[in-house]
Design a protein around this ligand. Sequence first.
Ligand code: SF4
Ligand code: SF4
Ligand code: FES
Length: 479
Amino acid sequence: MSEMVEITVNGAQMQASKGSLLIDKLLDENIHIPHFCYHQALGKDGNCRMCMVEIEGQKRPQIACDTPIKSGMNIRTKGENIEKVRRDILELQLINHPIDCPTCDQAGECKLQDYYMESGFYESRVNIDNKTNHEKRIDIGSNVMLDRERCVLCTRCVRFCSDITKTSELGVIHRSDHSYIGTFPGRPLDNPYAMNVVDLCPVGALTSKDFRFKQRVWFLESFDAICNGCAKGCNISVDHRKEKYKDDQIFRFRPRVNKNINTWFMCDEGRLSYHNENNNRFLTPLLNNKETNVSNTITNIFKELSTNKEILFVLSANLSIEEMQNLNNLASKLQAKVTGFSPNTYDESFGDDYLRNSDKTANRKAFKELEISENEDDFNNWLTNSKLVIIIDNNYFEENIDLLKDKKVISMFSHINSKTIENSNIAIPISSFYEKSGTYINTDSIKQKVVSKMKKNNPLGTITSIIENLKEMIEKGTL
Ligand code: SF4
Ligand code: SF4
Ligand code: FES
């Protein structure tokens, strides 16, 4: 552990780790420090000069992103002198900027706009006709658009591709105020994490083709979730909006910082998986393929549970631990078997040595913890001997529908699985991952709990609430 020393920031004394970067301390303490090029995931580059601070005993202001902490440092991030220095640097940054905020999709989450507003630069000293113009609306690949005029040349995007994905698609071309970001001929931005450059870009130079002009960010509400796209369990923010006369709609998934799991990033497939939530939800309860209502469905499930003895529960590895536990308890009351057999959810071509995992489920490790069998022989034996199969979000039967021939089937799905639903006597919609609270264990055995603030998007709610209803009926022994 590194030595802790005392420093003073804006008159307040605090402990800091000796030799660590001053900017990290300021960011960790939520002390406002304007910066473009520094990013905790990418380290220092020292090119933008926005992070200037005054340090007692130093003749000139210093950049906080390249200043190691020393004992007794007395730092000022505020005050007339340092604010004037930053204002001058910002004015240089703005010389060739088009100031097209009203039509820029980054407005509302743009660092340049924020710093510009707080510096009070409302009158430009630069004649708009003398600006160096650059190309706008350049499709650089992988769902990303580049506007070269808005770029502040912080090189975060370049460093992401060289240091994190090691694909090096982006570079700085030419020199001085003719410099711009570009791809190499015949080599578009094309890697499974490419859209992270949109989050990294502090201004509106890199925008997502998928999201741009869909919604102004100040209209969006956000809540926490864990991506269910693979066993990594990346932490995400779900940005959504309920517009008048329209259903609540998700507009994007964004990575949420968790330094132990996904750091600041997520993969593009996980990021774009929100489309499946908007377009592919299963929302209407069905009884023998006819639409029905909630109470009718519950009543009929109870009838099936009371009249069938050989029951098999087939669980998805995307259910939360709490859901698995509840289903396990219900199954033991009914003396039923429980399996988590789902070999179809592995995809070797998806996994890599960064975030993406070949196991495309979020909670398979919970099967081990709860001793739920995934064994193929168990599955085959139990299925052969069962009369009633209860399938919970497990899509194994989509490609193996004949296995359900001559069985009574109850299925609970959050998304449309047409063949299994069509072959079910009762099919019930359930919450998707972002609509429910629960605990997940990721591929590195890290347990994460998420508390959802999303309203339920289906008539029956969570599996837990369905089970509570059924348990009550079983205990009363009546309908
Ligand atoms: S495109 Fe964005 S991230 Fe890349 S150098 Fe320009 S401002 Fe920085
Ligand atoms: S790596 Fe896995 S958990 Fe992370 S965003 Fe991609 S699919 Fe989701
Ligand atoms: S953030 Fe320090 S120089 Fe750019």
